[in-house]
Ligand binder design. Structure first.
Ligand code: ZN
Length: 235
């Protein structure tokens, strides 16, 4: 089957912006989706609108392909979880080896809702920036989970979805390289300046790799990836 349409899970971070660029390169009609679950910081949701604006402005070859943006209210997640993203708790690792930001099954819910929107909007491919090489080890972001979801959603909605995960097996340095291959230095600069990753919602401190506190696990991961990318840009 020749795929021409896609829905990108787009949070406004480095990973999902790279996935969006990938989709805009590959598909003729691309829409975006995000979930508002009362994150402590609305910085991400604001960042994503800025990134969409900048992509439209700086990439005229992609702009006509970039369609509707969907933001679904998932306040219900606050009722089933107590994590540092939705409550006033600080980030830490649990005895289980998972960070306390983990909401059990959250990504399963995201994928299900994304598929429902994709169904309604007649979009064939669902693109998500989940990654097994990430530090977090979220079990609902693993490759096997995504393959199972693809099957469950395709059967359950009687429509053949393709779940595409361009970052599944690459690290953060390689994610920067992928961005550079897709959109050159302009896309790398856009990601540095406008995407948001920091768990603390810090937009006050500017580093070579972008804004953030510089100390939370998300900042550390982004900084390390950037350093390795800069040391070997086209490895
Ligand atoms: Zn941070």
């Amino acid at each position: 089957m020749h795929h021409t349409t896609a829905l990108v899970l787009f949070s406004g971070g480095q990973d999902s912006t790279t996935c969006l660029a990938h989709a805009l390169q590959a598909y003729e009609r691309v829409e975006t989706i995000a979930f508002d679950y009362r994150q402590r910081h609305h910085v991400e949701l604001e960042a994503r609108l800025k990134v969409l604006d900048e992509i439209r402005r700086q990439f005229p070859q992609w702009a006509p392909r970039l369609g509707q943006d969907h933001v679904l209210d998932l306040a219900v997640l606050g009722a089933v979880s107590e994590t540092s993203l939705t409550r006033d708790m600080s980030f830490k690792m649990e005895a289980s080896g998972l960070p306390n930001t983990f909401v059990p099954g959250r990504n399963l819910l995201f994928m299900t809702l994304a598929a429902a929107v994709a169904y309604r909007r007649d979009l064939q491919v669902i693109v998500t920036g989940v990654c097994e090489t990430d530090f977090s080890g979220y079990p609902d972001c693993r490759d096997d989970t995504m393959k199972a979801m693809q099957l469950a959603l395709s059967l359950g909605m009687d429509k053949r979805f393709l779940i595409e995960t361009p970052l599944m097996w690459i690290d953060k340095a390689e994610t920067w390289r992928l961005a550079e291959r897709l959109g050159g230095q302009a896309l790398v600069d856009l990601i540095v300046e406008h995407t948001h990753t920091c768990y603390l919602g810090d937009r006050a401190h500017r580093h070579a790799w972008g804004y953030g506190c510089g100390n939370c696990p998300a900042c550390e991961l982004r900084a390390r990836g950037w350093e390795r990318y800069r040391a070997a840009p086209s490895a």
